[in-house]
Design a protein around this ligand. Structure first.
Ligand code: CU
Length: 255
């Protein structure tokens, strides 16, 4: 069970439901009034209504209760997001123009693809190597800024095996929209095999070459190369992406 997902969805559904009820109600009353109080039906305007204390109290108190209820649901979700389990495993996330870099407990690193074991609480330490980014994993209903010079935190529980999108939710330059990644949740045994595979390798570059040699984590290394090339080249020209595509296709041919 993932408590954050449940709480966020509850508050979302609650706010949508109230909005829909108000929209339909206000529209219906408006349409009714158009006919009921039209000039044709009321040649002489009614001057008798001067004010209503009861009405004024009602239209103050009812919205106040609704807004407080929205706040309550939102706050419940926020509390859960801030209530990071103390024994959660830790992954360091660094946003860089324009890819995501992950570092695991044992110093193993990966780019773009974030491997996690199933059924675990995971705490993320969020950093940025350059500009403001925002680490967003919609399936887990969490999003937190990555700010240069400070470390932010967020967490979620990996409920089911599967692949989930990672996006950058803070406009961070030319290739912001390509700053994508995947959370790959696998059974714990598989995760341990993966995370211990290239124990001795410390840097992302050596991980890249190693995985190419051994032929493991192929998609990982391909994506890493692709995104890395983007960053090393001068940003600000369309040529970048064209070049990357060519290199990518050349590589595939070589294989
Ligand atoms: Cu971005």
């Amino acid at each position: 069970m993932n408590p954050i997902v449940e709480l966020v969805d509850n508050s979302f559904i609650f706010i949508i439901a109230i909005s829909v009820i108000l929209l339909v109600g206000v529209t219906a009353v408006m349409i009714y009034f158009v006919f009921r109080y039209s000039e044709k039906n009321n040649p002489k305007p009614d001057q008798s209504i001067t004010g209503s204390t009861t009405l004024e109290i009602l239209w103050t108190v009812i919205p106040l209760i609704l807004v407080l209820a929205m706040f309550f649901y939102g706050y419940e979700g926020f509390k859960e997001m801030r209530n990071i389990p103390p024994n959660a495993m830790v992954v360091k996330v660094t946003g860089k123009m324009w890819f995501w870099h992950f570092e695991y407990d044992n110093k193993k690193v990966s780019d773009t693809l974030l491997y996690l074991p199933q059924g675990k609480d995971v705490r993320f330490e969020l950093m940025s190597a350059d500009v403001n980014h925002s680490f967003y994993v919609p399936a887990f209903r969490v999003k937190e800024d990555c700010i240069p010079g400070r470390t932010n935190h967020m967490w979620f529980h990996t409920t089911n095996v599967g692949t989930y999108d990672i996006e950058c939710a803070e406009y961070c330059g030319l290739n912001h929209s390509y700053m994508l990644g995947k959370v790959i949740v696998v059974p714990e045994k598989e995760y341990l095999e993966w995370v211990n595979k290239v124990d001795s390798v410390k840097t992302p570059d050596s991980l890249k070459t190693d995985s190419l040699k051994t032929g493991t984590v192929k998609t990982d290394s391909l994506k890493t190369t692709q995104l890395k090339q983007d960053t090393t080249k001068s940003p600000g020209s369309k040529k970048d992406s064209i070049k990357v595509v060519q290199k990518d296709s050349v590589k595939r041919k070589e294989k």
